[in-house]
Design a binder for this molecule. Structure first.
Ligand SMILES: NC(=O)c1ccc[n+]([C@@H]2O[C@H](COP(=O)([O-])OP(=O)(O)OC[C@H]3O[C@@H](n4cnc5c(N)ncnc54)[C@H](OP(=O)(O)O)[C@@H]3O)[C@@H](O)[C@H]2O)c1
Length: 304
């Protein structure tokens, strides 16, 4: 079975590739802008086809002969019109699915797509889901909650200011999930042909528990042996910080709107928490083995 994975070098794509390889699937086509970090997969037989996912011709060419597409939409962070670009990315996927007769698609989406109220960046994923639903493929949308890996975006604030700076209150609570757990499920569904036949499925993924941003900060503080508070910053400051990291004004606004939806409780699951929606990795484990070591490995933590 030939499986293609997009955004293969990203925080969501890398664990998908790892999980497929661990399951013994080496007939992989990895779509990425460069093969620089993909050597381990290449050694095991995977093929990298480099290009831009906004280019439908590239996506069609790269996915020729593919049975299963694991579609991970990259975030159009620097785009002046990100929602349009989400649509273009969805069109690339749909174009390739139709042109190459791809029968099965696993789309790594996000929680909140069911909501009709504005939820920032979630609107982009909603557009992609809608476009994919218009293809004849059998589609599974995975909608993970708040990815623990989002904390990698605030590492600099932690090092520099000694605090987690986000435009959301420490009391706000989210279902937190490790990207590796969502990736495992994506790989399992992609390789499980017994499930064939259903046209469209949606799985929300809630991680092992809901957790507040304040409690998340306490867990990190405990691991680092110093107080790293969660500080709610105003939306304007959040937008400035994102702009300093190359985010377009329009994309930064979508991120801030998403955090406002988290803050107000609007961004919430559609499906009740159950064994079917739960995944294993607790936030404590992510902090202990991934986040805290990354923070310790770099420069000392600054004032607060
Ligand atoms: N529910 C949630 O909490 C949620 C949902 C979705 C995403 N996120 C967060 O979003 C952040 C980003 O995740 P990520 O690293 O997987 O995604 P990403 O930064 O958007 O990038 C994914 C990968 O796609 C590649 N890429 C970007 N634009 C491309 C294009 N036009 N054509 C081809 N390849 C392209 C990048 O390659 P290069 O190596 O060339 O840059 C990158 O490695 C993470 O913090 C994640 O947790 C959170």
């Amino acid at each position: 079975m030939n499986i293609a994975v997009t955004s293969a070098t990203g925080r969501r794509g890398r664990p998908v590739v790892r999980s497929l390889l661990e399951r013994g699937y080496t007939d992989l086509v990895l779509l990425a802008r460069s093969d620089a970090t993909l050597e381990p997969a290449l050694w095991r037989g995977a093929r990298v086809v480099t290009g831009d996912l906004l280019d439908v011709r590239y996506v069609c060419h790269a996915t020729e002969g593919i049975d299963v597409l694991i579609w991970i939409t990259p975030l159009p962070r620097s785009s002046p019109s990100p929602l349009e670009d989400f649509g273009r990315l969805g069109d690339s996927a749909a174009g390739a699915i139709v042109a190459n007769g791809i029968r099965r698609v696993v789309n790594l989406s996000t929680l909140g797509v069911h909501l009709s109220a504005p939820c920032g960046v979630v609107e982009g994923f909603r557009r992609v889901e809608g476009i994919l639903d218009g293809t004849p493929a059998e589609i599974t949308h995975l909608r993970p909650g708040y990815l623990m890996e989002n904390y990698e975006d605030v590492l600099e604030g932690i090092r520099h200011d000694g605090a987690i700076l986000l435009p959301v209150s420490p009391e706000a609570i989210v279902p937190m999930i490790a990207a590796a757990d969502a990736a495992d499920l994506a790989a399992a569904i992609a390789t499980d042909w017994e499930q064939e036949g259903r046209q469209r499925r949606v799985f929300e993924l809630h991680g092992p528990n809901d957790i507040s941003f304040g409690d998340a900060a306490l867990l990190l503080s405990g691991q680092l042996g110093r107080d790293i508070p969660h500080v709610r910053i105003p939306p304007e400051e959040a937008r400035e910080r994102l702009a300093a990291h190359g985010f377009s004004e329009a994309f930064a606004a979508l991120v801030v709107e998403w955090y406002a939806a988290i803050d107000s409780g609007l961004w919430r699951p559609d499906q009740p928490r159950s064994p079917a929606t739960e995944t294993q990795t607790p936030f404590e484990r992510y902090v202990r083995y991934e986040l805290a070591p990354r923070i310790r490995a770099t420069q000392p933590i600054g004032p607060r």
